[in-house]
Design a protein around this ligand. Structure first.
Ligand SMILES: C[S@@+](CC[C@H](N)C(=O)[O-])C[C@H]1O[C@@H](n2cnc3c(N)ncnc32)[C@H](O)[C@@H]1O
Length: 234
């Protein structure tokens, strides 16, 4: 999640390594103008691309589409037969995403599934039981449920990426955030704080994933599903 930055260093990185084309810039400004600068930053979009390329991912699930900004970054990294399934609960966001995905010429590579992610994921698994990569970027309280799904449906060696795992600067607190912590835009409830602590602890405990969190502004966790028990020695 990132507002168009005022930081000269971030702007330098974005312009040099992750320049947006006109469509990506339009999606970003559309949501910024609505006070919803909650899509990934351009450099994170580029990182998602690189990770999918490195991984050779074909089938990718994204939880939290918004206007399709990160979906478009990711789908551009997929091979011709690759596919991104992205899930969005808000019908207005889903409609905008479909429009932008069409404008990007990526409608053959991206399917927008509309509905609450936990319901959609259940339905999706009936036809798509195994996936190569999952990107989680939606309601924080459900991150542990999305992790359950990823554990069950990621192929061994599959890639898991999750944004906002610092929970607006509150995840590291020793006790639940007090009122106002997390900022006016993102008041963090105790239940959500517990959910994100659980999510991070499960990723980090090494049992099912080999994982790290990048200290981006919002925290970006990256993990690889273990192949088998021997791999747990890593
Ligand atoms: C942070 S935005 C996603 C940003 C997008 N990944 C990007 O970087 O361009 C989160 C989105 O998740 C959606 N969302 C929230 N809770 C959801 C749920 N339970 N199921 C599906 N989508 C949800 C919101 O409507 C919002 O559009």
């Amino acid at each position: 999640m990132s507002k168009h930055s005022e930081s000269p260093i971030l702007n330098y990185i974005r312009q040099l390594y992750a320049p947006e084309d006109a469509l990506l810039a339009q999606i970003r400004t559309t949501f910024e103008n609505r006070g919803m600068a909650i899509q990934v930053g351009a450099e994170e979009g580029k990182l998602l691309q690189l990770l999918l390329q490195l991984h050779g991912a074909h089938t990718v699930v994204e939880i939290g589409t918004l206007g399709g900004y990160s979906s478009i970054w990711m789908a551009r990294a997929l091979p011709e037969k690759g596919h991104l399934h992205t899930i969005e609960a808000d019908p207005e966001h889903a409609e905008l995403a479909r429009k932008y995905i069409h404008q990007a010429g990526l409608q053959h590579k991206i399917t927008v599934w509309e509905g609450k992610a936990r319901d959609v994921l259940k339905r999706m698994a009936e036809t798509i039981p195994v996936v190569d990569a999952v990107f989680i970027d939606a309601d924080k309280i459900n991150y542990p449920h999305y992790l359950d799904w990823a554990e069950a449906h990621l192929k061994p060696g599959g890639l898991l990426i999750a944004d906002n795992t610092l929970l607006f600067g509150t995840v590291q607190l020793d006790s639940p955030p007090q009122e106002g912590e997390g900022g006016l835009m993102n008041p963090v409830r105790e239940t959500t704080w517990k959910a994100m602590r659980t999510f991070n602890a499960r990723l980090a405990d090494g049992k099912k994933f080999n994982a790290v969190m990048l200290p981006t502004e919002q925290g970006l966790s990256i993990a690889v599903r273990r192949e088998n028990a021997l791999d747990a020695a890593l």
